[in-house]
Design a protein around this ligand. Structure first.
Ligand SMILES: Cc1ncc(COP(=O)(O)O)c(C=O)c1O
Length: 360
């Protein structure tokens, strides 16, 4: 059996993690603030990191809550806003853990089609006009997981206008925003309307997942309410990790790390799209401008579940499109190119194409 090539997990490969920089930052964190990083700390997060994040986003620190990863931040927001039976809008397809998390809370999930330029705001407008009353709309604006698409500037404005008119909160779930390797950056929705948008991001994709540091930016009263929830949940998040991330950021290592990750992702995305075009011409996709993922659609009627089995027999894994949708997606799949080298991508696509041919 050849060695496994995984296009399944949205994680970075070790070669694009600045292990040495992290180790040095840890040493500085213990040296510079031994009391701060070894104590329980406060539920708002490590105060210097909170202030650093606030300044980077141009907001007051009271609007920021630092958490153990942005998944925790999203969970706090859901706990605060979503009750069983509440309507919540999501993109279709969307991040599988968001779907799971909302379903576990008994939310009435309203999936709205994701177009090449982001969520179909016209369809959402119709849904609202027909009487839908969501408490929340979850949107991944940049290099969406799983599709890799980015919400256009116009649609950002339209979405915020709908949130204002129909009084719901937009959760702008943005772990990939910094990972743009081509095209122009877009304004965040939270900068357009800080009252109707809650922004979540993390250091998972820019530093590494293991630090488990993420954050929320929202209206002060909402953040204050979530701070209580955080206190009751864990007293405080991980101060050692947050102290380390703080030292990493102020030393300029974050900017360096982002550059390394972007450069590697650009090359991997290019390799993947080139390999698919030559080895698997039936695969339709849009070349991403950033982020971790490529969404592939195969011809109507293609059996991606069978393809996944045939690929696994060749030691290649990916996630089926159906995992990201309430229904549909049978002929789609997500390929993550973040955790594989250029050589693995070429070999992985060759095996995938072989698996595809074995089905016909
Ligand atoms: C859209 C989206 N939101 C949230 C997360 C969770 O990230 P974190 O590691 O910050 O908890 C991910 C991770 O893949 C993601 O893709």
């Amino acid at each position: 059996m050849p060695s496994e090539i995984s296009f399944a997990r949205g994680v970075p490969s070790l070669d694009i993690v600045d292990v040495e920089g992290l180790r040095d930052a840890a040493v500085r964190a213990f040296a510079n603030d031994p009391a701060g990083v070894t104590a329980y700390g406060t539920s708002i997060g490590y105060p210097p990191l909170r202030a650093w994040i606030a300044e980077r986003h141009g907001v007051e620190p009271e609007r920021v809550l630092v958490t153990n990863g942005s998944l925790q931040a999203d969970a706090f927001l859901f706990d605060h806003l979503v009750r069983a039976g509440d309507e919540v809008v999501v993109e279709s397809p969307t991040y599988d853990r968001t779907l799971l998390s909302l379903r576990n809370r008994g939310a009435h999930v309203r999936a709205v089609e994701l177009e090449l330029d982001g969520i179909d705001t016209s369809a959402l407008g119709r849904l609202l006009a027909e009487g839908a009353k969501p408490t929340l709309a979850h949107v991944i604006p940049n290099f969406q997981n799983p599709a890799g698409y980015t919400l256009s500037a116009d649609k950002r404005k339209q979405l915020v206008a709908l949130a204002r008119e129909h009084e719901f909160i937009v959760l702008e779930d943005d772990p990939y925003g910094e990972l743009r390797f081509s095209g122009e950056p877009m304004p965040t929705m939270v900068s357009i309307d800080p009252d109707h948008v809650v922004y979540a991001s993390s250091f998972t994709k820019t530093v590494c997942p293991g630090v488990r540091v993420g954050y929320l930016i929202g209206p002060k009263d909402l953040i204050a309410a979530i701070v209580k929830l955080a206190t009751n949940t864990y007293i405080s998040p991980n101060m050692v990790s947050e102290g380390l991330v703080y030292e990493f950021c102020i030393a300029g290592a974050l900017e360096h790390s982002i550059e390394v990750v972007r450069t590697a992702l650009a090359e991997r995305a290019r390799t993947l799209t080139d390999a698919l075009r030559s080895e698997l011409p039936e695969a339709k996709f849009v070349a991403p401008e950033g982020g971790y993922f490529l969404w592939v659609t195969l011809p109507e009627g293609a059996n991606v579940a069978a393809l996944a089995e045939a690929a696994a027999q060749r030691s290649v894994i990916f996630v089926k499109g159906t995992d990201f949708m309430l229904d549909g997606g049978d002929n789609a799949l997500r390929l993550a190119y973040s955790g594989v080298t250029v050589a693995e991508i070429r070999e992985g696509v060759a095996r995938l194409a072989d698996a595809w041919r074995s089905l016909s």
